[in-house]
Ligand binder design. Sequence first.
Ligand SMILES: NC(=O)c1ccc[n+]([C@@H]2O[C@H](COP(=O)([O-])OP(=O)(O)OC[C@H]3O[C@@H](n4cnc5c(N)ncnc54)[C@H](OP(=O)(O)O)[C@@H]3O)[C@@H](O)[C@H]2O)c1
Length: 194
Amino acid sequence: MNAESPRPATDGSRVTIHMAASLDGFVARKDGRVDWMETSDEFADGETMDPEFVEAFLRTIDCYVMGSRTYETALRFESQGFGWSYGDKPTFVLTSRELPKVRDTVQFHSGDLAQFVNAQLRPRFRSIWFVGGGAVSGECLRLGLADEVHYSILPILIGDGIRFFDGLDRDVALHLAEVKAYRNGMVDLRYELR
Ligand SMILES: NC(=O)c1ccc[n+]([C@@H]2O[C@H](COP(=O)([O-])OP(=O)(O)OC[C@H]3O[C@@H](n4cnc5c(N)ncnc54)[C@H](OP(=O)(O)O)[C@@H]3O)[C@@H](O)[C@H]2O)c1
């Protein structure tokens, strides 16, 4: 199977790209800061996020995949006392470098991303979440590896930064499958890849 060939439709696995972004489509400032994510808004008609629902939802995710710069951000957050966002789920970090392995669930991978996803992850995991950053999300879409995009829009514009999808070189048609608006002004969009 080459990098662009479609995966078997019957394998039952699902690759989701998820990040939160500003309304103007940035997932971090140019220097990587995400201070703008602490927004304060209130949308009276919005849903309240039920922590039990969120916990149950997170349990449905079988593994995470991220770029090395996102991993470095996660390490920084953890060292600042904000915890590790990926629980005890296997977390695959894409990198060509030697990076510190901070827990047993973290594994590093370099090489052909399409082969990794289709031949190694899909047969082992049902719900595979790509959690950024922009470079890896762009690459995942460019290679046709994703089944859906889950986009959480925060109520803020930041003008410049790291784009949700970096380096896309073609149009990608999407099907809007779900929309949810929350009391804190966040809008969740779920798109399926056509
Ligand atoms: N708002 C959100 O929800 C959210 C979520 C996630 C991340 N972020 C932010 O996004 C920023 C990081 O995003 P980013 O775009 O700069 O970097 P990234 O996508 O996290 O990481 C890119 C790096 O991953 C490695 N890599 C290995 N294989 C790759 C492949 N096939 N495709 C692409 N990269 C590959 C490369 O580094 P090596 O040199 O190590 O090989 C590459 O430079 C951080 O500031 C983070 O805080 C925000």
